[in-house]
Design a protein around this ligand. Structure first.
Ligand SMILES: Cc1cc2nc3c(=O)[nH]c(=O)nc-3n(C[C@H](O)[C@H](O)[C@H](O)COP(=O)(O)OP(=O)(O)OC[C@H]3O[C@@H](n4cnc5c(N)ncnc54)[C@H](O)[C@@H]3O)c2cc1C
Ligand code: FES
Ligand code: FES
Length: 479
């Protein structure tokens, strides 16, 4: 039985919303209905972190805390979760939370507009980790922008948390919160609000039935792309099917030949797993949006957008990955190389969804990936490149190269690959391969980069790849 009531835990109580508007953002609800205005709206597109709140979710009889951008989170997603706002951090006896105390002591706030967002990002770090190293701190606040304080005092505040007592009032009340979360459970949701519908199935079997009846529905995973249609383009999405309640699709399996990533696995979980197999994949994901984005966004969502600048896509192309598509009756496995048809167009048909992605494991290959963007953190690529090569006896025996940002879809560099295949690496071969990229791509100019810049960068990344391999003495570049 599906419910049209959204139940969630907030401030030690269960709250319920009857049949909400599925297009309302969590930020709007928090500020206008809960009347808690500590959470701010800056950009309304997930880019500044001012609206950061923390969601608590049950996991193995414990609570997993996730920082999310409430401006691009639809309200019904709250179902079954704990909502933590900046107002909730102060204890009942009016004591500041250790994170707030640290920010005050280290002068981490000037005008204060960004401060609630920073506090919530640091709170999530404080709850999820026991050691706060520099890299973790940088990662935790990469999705928060500050115009006036500057980041030094905030980083200092974050470092000082190491010495603080970890037993805050959330830890003291954890048992009670777990009981409340168990009580509301993870129900299937079906909302009909005026002309809008929202479904959150819990099982694939349920999803198939809903899809059959509502084939034109928009599938919603992390919503980090889809929600912008509402918050930026001011459109309505009439029918939504939320995927991320389906635990069956939240998995990473490995049969030694390939890694299979279920559609609802978050990028933050995937980035940890993939590090062992392809460290460069992890390196790119670390610069993918922010923690708030990666906590909810999925590879499936990234693939389905077919965005020419989707960062996973050139990497998955170079690794010869496969997309597992599921319809209401049949499933189909497609090489990702055949999946992108046109600008933001894929082979996905009405009534189908991405079930999982299979990424082959190449034990003997070298895999390298590079992202070039205007800003290092939380920025979309101008160009992203991925190289997957097998070198034997100083010759390239197998090679797959793919680029994002160079064409209307993420694409393999077929002509360039042909020059390099079965070649020894000489300066001449590298130059020929660089020139072949001109045949592969005719990049456009836009706000991120000019076509000319993109061409130069693409060539330089190819050269960088070989220079780095050369440094490891796997090849010896000669003239
Ligand atoms: C601030 C910000 C920073 C970002 N930074 C980056 C970045 O650095 N690199 C980058 O590549 N992208 C970036 N993005 C874009 C976005 O985060 C990605 O495209 C993301 O992977 C989308 O995944 P999602 O789960 O949020 O998809 P959603 O927004 O839920 O969905 C996106 C599309 O995929 C479809 N879809 C979702 N799940 C499925 C499924 N299982 N089967 C079929 N179709 C499905 C939806 O219907 C929709 O059309 C950024 C976005 C924001 C807002
Ligand atoms: S308001 Fe900027 S990230 Fe939400
Ligand atoms: S304190 Fe003013 S924007 Fe950060």
């Amino acid at each position: 039985m599906s419910s049209n009531i959204i139940s969630f835990v907030h401030s030690g109580k269960i709250l319920e919303i009857n049949n909400p508007d599925p297009n309302e953002t969590l930020l709007n609800f928090v500020r206008t209905k809960l009347k808690k205005t500590g959470t701010k709206e800056g950009c309304a597109e997930g880019g500044c972190g001012a609206c950061t709140v923390v969601l608590g979710e049950l996991k193995d009889n414990d609570i997993n805390y996730k920082a999310v951008n409430s401006c691009i989170t639809f309200l019904p997603i709250l179902a079954g979760k704990q909502l933590i706002l900046v107002e909730d951090l102060i204890s009942k006896d009016n004591l500041l939370h250790p994170v707030q105390e640290a920010m005050v002591k280290c002068h981490g706030s000037q005008c204060g507009f960004c401060t609630p967002g920073f506090i919530m990002s640091l709170f999530s770090m404080f709850k999820n980790y026991s050691k706060f190293k520099k890299e973790l701190i940088k990662d935790s606040i990469a999705g928060n922008l500050c115009r006036c304080t500057g980041y030094k005092p905030i980083i200092k505040a974050a470092k000082s948390l190491q010495k603080k007592n970890k037993i805050d009032h959330f830890a003291k009340n954890k048992k009670k919160t777990i009981t409340l979360l168990k009580k509301i459970g993870n129900k299937s949701i079906a909302i009909y609000n005026k002309n809008k519908r929202y479904f959150a199935p819990r099982y694939v079997s349920e999803l198939k039935k809903i899809l059959k009846k509502n084939p034109k529905s928009k599938l919603l995973s992390g919503g980090t792309d889809l929600s912008l249609a509402v918050t930026k383009d001011r459109k309505d999405i009439e029918s939504i099917i939320y995927m991320n309640s389906i635990k069956e699709l939240n998995y990473i399996n490995n049969n030694r030949k390939y890694i299979e990533v279920g559609a609802t696995t978050s990028l933050s979980n995937f980035e940890i797993y993939i590090k062992k197999y392809y460290p460069d994949f992890n390196k790119i994901l670390k610069r993918y949006g922010s923690i708030q984005i990666r906590n909810v966004a999925t590879i499936a969502g990234n693939i389905a957008t077919a965005s020419p600048i989707g960062d996973n896509l050139p990497l998955l192309l170079a690794l010869d990955s496969q997309v597992v598509l599921q319809g209401t009756k049949k499933s189909k496995i497609l090489p990702i190389n055949n999946f992108f048809v046109n600008y933001r167009e894929t082979k996905l048909k009405e009534g189908q969804f991405i079930h999982s992605i299979r990424i082959p494991i190449f034990n003997k290959n070298i895999f390298k990936a590079y992202k070039i963007s205007k800003r290092f953190d939380d920025d979309i690529s101008s160009v992203c490149a991925a190289f997957n090569l097998l070198i034997e006896n100083k010759k390239i025996k197998k090679i797959k190269i793919a680029y994002g940002g160079m064409a209307e879809i993420p694409k393999r560099a077929i002509y360039c690959e042909r020059v390099l295949l079965n070649s020894s690496i000489t300066k001449d071969v590298i130059n020929k391969a660089k020139n072949a990229l001109e045949k592969d791509f005719l990049p456009i100019s836009d706000m991120r980069a000019s076509g000319k810049y993109r061409k130069i960068i693409a060539k330089n990344l190819l050269e960088k790849c070989f220079l780095e391999i050369n440094e490891k003495k796997i090849i010896g570049i000669h003239s």
